[in-house]
Design a binder for this molecule. Structure first.
Ligand code: FMN
Length: 358
């Protein structure tokens, strides 16, 4: 089994270690134009200089209406791609790979940032929000009702993901991640609880997976070199909803369509369910998908210590770990983890060499 600090190669990209940063929305585009800011440079740059192997930029709208909030980043135009280029270049200068999570929030779009300080729920069109779309006209609890996408709307979603992927590659990103988790648009299509369509995008598992598979195929066609990741919520934690078994089957199909790696999270599509939150609470979901679909996975969710991260990788339950909140508390987690595990690194930033633990 590999160690936490062993490199990992996917297609033409080699990650220097298996400590990765997942997408973390910052809601920091105050201009509301989707252009990433200096905040994003510092936020992602610190984690890159802190030794992470891969840093994935936040859920980034493939279209204006695909953003969760008006303050999200986007990648639907060249001004955004140009601003991303500066950030990607810095991440590369620190030896980390740069990923971007391509996202469409569907019925969970047009809401206030999750800070709880500005308001809650849907932002009205009068306040700069927009009409949301989804698989079906079923609202997420507490949010405005979406419009069900028609055939032309679905085509636009696929071409928006493809164009966003093309721009991301032009900006220098090494990894494209499709956000198919947390109750956002692709998850809304996957789950029978949010998809009640009767056309070729609803009903059977194959139909519910069609949007995801089309997006993966479109991204794969852009390049043979770049790894395509898919983030799933492996379960809705709800009777009659999306679950591990469906996730594993669709992960296998997505791998055949060109996806290389799977980032396994959970929940987010329905409220009122019990999520068994605790240290490493989603690791068993990642290893289930790994074993049942025979695909490579990363584990995420309350992984906070070096030993815990190391055990997950060395036991073969996942090929990499993603740390979100711990990285926000300590962007140099990877450097600290190496020290705690007794691993010598040759990628300490030279500006910080005098701060090495002795
Ligand atoms: C501030 C914040 C922003 C997040 N933004 C995203 C996001 O953009 N996309 C996503 O898939 N998950 C997002 N998440 C979920 C994280 O990627 C991660 O899966 C979750 O926090 C669990 O990992 P952790 O316990 O290491 O933080 C976010 C979480 C936090 C705390």
């Amino acid at each position: 089994m590999p160690d936490l600090f062993d490199p990992l190669t996917l297609r033409s990209v080699t990650f220097r270690n298996r400590i990765w940063v997942p997408a973390l929305c910052q809601y920091s585009v105050t201009e509301r134009d989707g252009v990433p800011t200096d905040w994003h440079l510092v936020h992602l740059g610190a984690m890159a200089s802190g030794g992470a192997g891969l840093v994935i930029a936040e859920a980034t709208g493939v279209s204006p209406e695909g953003r969760i909030s008006p303050h999200d980043t986007g990648i639907w135009n060249s001004s955004q791609a140009d601003a991303w280029r500066r950030i990607v270049d810095f991440v590369h200068s620190q030896g980390a790979a740069a990923g971007i999570q391509l996202a469409h929030a569907g019925r969970k779009a047009s809401v206030y940032p999750e800070w709880g300080t500005d308001g809650n729920g849907t932002i009205s069109e009068a306040e700069g929000g927009w009409q949301t779309v989804s698989a079906s006209a079923l609202p997420f609890t507490g949010y405005s009702a979406p419009i069900a996408l028609d055939a032309a709307g679905i085509e636009k979603v696929v071409t928006d993901f493809e164009a966003a992927g093309r721009r991301a590659l032009a900006a220098g990103f090494d990894v494209l991640e499709v956000h198919a988790a947390h109750g956002y648009l692709v998850h809304q299509f996957l789950s029978p609880l949010s998809n009640q369509r009767s056309d070729e995008y609803g009903g059977s598992l194959e139909n519910r997976a069609r949007l995801l598979l089309r997006i993966v195929s479109a991204l794969r066609a852009l390049s043979d070199e770049v790894p395509v990741l898919v983030r799933f919520s492996a379960t809705d934690y709800a009777e009659g909803g999306w679950d591990e078994a469906q996730t594993a089957i669709v992960a296998g199909w997505a791998a055949s369509a060109g996806a290389d790696f799977f980032d396994i999270s959970s929940g987010g599509n329905v409220t009122g369910v019990t999520i068994p939150v605790g240290p490493g609470y989603q690791v068993h979901l990642a290893s289930y998908v790994h074993e049942n679909a025979d695909v490579d996975v990363a584990a995420v969710g309350l992984i906070t210590t070096a030993q815990q991260a190391s055990d997950i990788v060395t036991s073969g339950r996942a090929s990499a770990v993603l740390l979100g909140r711990e990285m926000m508390r300590d962007p140099h987690f990877a450097l600290r983890a190496a020290h705690e595990l007794g691993v010598e690194l040759d990628y300490w930033p030279k500006q910080y060499l005098r701060a090495r633990w002795s």
